[in-house]
Write a protein that binds this ligand. Structure first.
Ligand SMILES: [Zn+2]
Length: 344
């Protein structure tokens, strides 16, 4: 089969589309014929070899996908051959203390498809059957193929960790990225007030069309001052941060007394100073969040289905265009998810 692989860590030039052996399903596993796969920042980190990523031989990239079941291994009851499904890329052991209580993304052996095993940027991928869910009927292949990792991440940040409620005010940094955009869409579904930031007026305009209540261009405007203006000096209830080092000090300056900061990513770097006095004096809560549990996934999928939430797809490439697609993501020019159309 054809697959987008790396044989060594490095820049965009280490990615190649090559012929590799067709994967075979083990017990409890399913072979999917991939229709469409979605890019995430994780793909770039795996390619670059950030800490936590290791490589033995060639490795197939990619975490998100929609596909059709082509074959099933032993002991698989559902799905059946021919079913169209989407992938929850979170891999958990199923029997540790954390899995036993349903906290699958806290699993002591947590992994991600495309990071800890062969990924979705291929004609076929093998996935545990318990990671597959029926595709919501209102989504096209590009939307379904780019939904899961980022929307699950946004769901857990907002709902499970951030415990957002109707009428609360939320700040979302860096609108345009997958998790940030899904966070905006989900927050508007439940009736929160949303402030978004970007360096691009075009992206801020698009965010307004998706329901953002207030926009801040951080190149021209002071984020802290603008948030104070919008909230009459009170601050926001919740900050959703996937940016990291660059926005961490801002989070503490804009959150209200007793407010929450949830972080899920560090696109500008992982090391930042924390003012512990601000933390305890203002009764703040800091939460880390990575992807989500099976229950988070089920709830996210219900919310997407019932509300016919439409994922924003920035651009679609053929599998052979994977290098160009990754370059677009690294440049930060995208608004929404980038898709790879693998088969028609
Ligand atoms: Zn586990």
């Amino acid at each position: 089969m054809k697959a987008a692989i790396i044989r060594a860590h490095g820049g965009p030039d280490v990615v190649e589309v090559a012929e590799v052996p067709d994967p075979q399903p083990g017990p409890g596993e399913v072979v999917l014929k991939v229709l469409c796969a979605g890019l995430n920042h994780l793909d770039i980190w795996v390619r670059q070899g950030r800490p936590g990523t290791s490589l033995s031989g060639s490795h197939v990239l990619g975490s998100d996908a929609v596909g059709v079941v082509a074959a099933v291994g032993e002991d698989v009851r559902t799905p059946k051959v021919g079913d169209e499904v989407i992938v929850n890329p979170g891999l958990s052991c199923g029997h540790c203390e954390f899995c036993a209580r349903g906290d699958h993304s806290v699993c002591s052996d947590f992994g991600i498809l495309g990071l800890s095993r062969a990924g979705t940027f291929a004609e076929y991928v093998v996935v545990p059957a318990c990671n597959l869910y029926p595709t919501p009927g209102h989504l096209n292949a590009e939307q379904a193929g780019t939904l899961t990792l980022a929307c699950l991440t946004a769901w857990r940040m907002l709902m499970t960790r951030g415990r957002v409620t109707c009428g609360e005010c939320i700040l979302i940094h860096g609108i345009g990225g997958g998790a940030a955009l899904y966070a905006l869409q989900l927050a508007k579904l439940i009736g929160a007030e949303v402030i978004v930031t970007s360096s691009s007026d075009e992206k801020l305009g698009s965010a307004t069309q998706l329901g953002a209540d207030h926009t801040i261009n951080y190149k021209r405007q002071d984020v802290v001052e603008c948030v104070r203006d919008v909230t009459d000096g009170r601050g926001v209830d919740l900050v959703i941060d996937s940016v990291g080092a660059a926005t961490w000090p801002i989070d503490f300056a804009v959150v209200r007394r007793g407010g929450r900061i949830v972080t899920c990513g560090v696109t500008t770097g992982p090391i930042a100073e924390t003012n512990l006095q601000a933390l305890y004096w203002n009764h703040l809560t800091i939460c880390g969040s990575t992807m989500g549990s099976a229950e988070d996934f089920r709830q996210m999928l219900r919310a997407v289905t019932v509300n016919k939430l439409a994922p924003v797809v920035d651009k679609t490439y053929a599998l052979e265009g994977v290098g160009e697609a990754m370059a677009r993501m690294e440049s930060g020019r995208q608004f929404g998810k980038i898709a790879l159309k693998v088969t028609e």
